[in-house]
Each structure stands twice: as structure tokens, then as C-alpha cells.
Design a protein around this ligand. Structure first.
Ligand code: FES
Length: 116
């Protein structure tokens, strides 16, 4: 395995920390799926920007360093997420880079499927 990997930690609302290895170039949704991270209902639309269940909360510094700004489509979807913060993004839109090693993201307590 010579693909570049980084470490990502998911912080669940109940205090549980799930640390996984992730491939650079994968989205945070891929990371959850590929590692079978136990987040109920996460990624319901499989990254097609129609659900908002992949809502994740970043630290301010991590958020500021994310390479891509959210698209209008992502912002529209984020508006439908519960517990929206200033440092919220949709995990399916965040592609891992080598500089994100050690990233920690908070998973909100409530996952809202905007598709109803
Ligand atoms: Fe549905 Fe990201 S997985 S918007």
C-alpha cells in the first residue's frame, strides 16, 4: 500500500472518538464508508449534495485551511443541517490532502436528511 494516508478522527456527540486511516484524495464521506465508521444515517445521498447528513464541524483553524470554498449548492444544503455552525461543511465535499493529517471533525448530534 503506497497510497498516501492521513489520520482522521471523528468526534461523536456522545464523546466517542473514532480514529481512522484515510487515503489522500478521498472525501470525508469516502472515509466514513470505507472504514465503516458507525455514524447512523451519515451520507444518505452518497455525495450527490441532496441530503446534508454528512454535516461535519471543523475547528476554526482547520476550517480556514480547507482548500476549497463551499459551492452555492453546498451552502444551500448546509442551511438545512441541524446545529449549523460557522465552521460547518458537508463531508462529501471535503477532499483529503496530505496537509490534513491529524484532522479532527465533530459529528453533530442530530443528522438531518434534507430529503425528508
Ligand atoms: Fe448527502 Fe453529502 S452525502 S450531501
Amino acid at each position: 500500500l503506497n497510497k498516501k494516508q492521513v489520520e482522521v478522527t471523528f468526534l461523536k456527540a456522545n464523546g466517542e472518538k473514532i480514529k481512522v486511516k484515510a487515503n489522500v484524495g478521498d472525501s470525508l464521506l469516502d472515509v466514513v464508508v470505507n472504514n465503516s465508521v458507525d455514524l447512523d444515517g451519515f451520507g444518505a445521498c452518497e455525495g450527490t449534495l441532496t441530503c446534508s447528513t454528512c454535516h461535519l464541524i471543523f475547528s476554526q483553524s482547520d476550517f480556514d485551511q480547507l482548500p476549497d470554498k463551499p459551492t452555492d449548492e453546498e451552502l444551500d444544503m448546509l442551511d438545512l443541517a441541524y446545529e449549523l455552525t460557522d465552521t460547518s461543511r458537508l463531508g462529501c465535499q471535503i477532499i483529503l490532502t496530505e496537509t490534513m493529517d491529524g484532522l479532527q471533525v465533530k459529528v453533530p448530534a442530530t443528522i438531518n436528511d434534507a430529503r425528508g
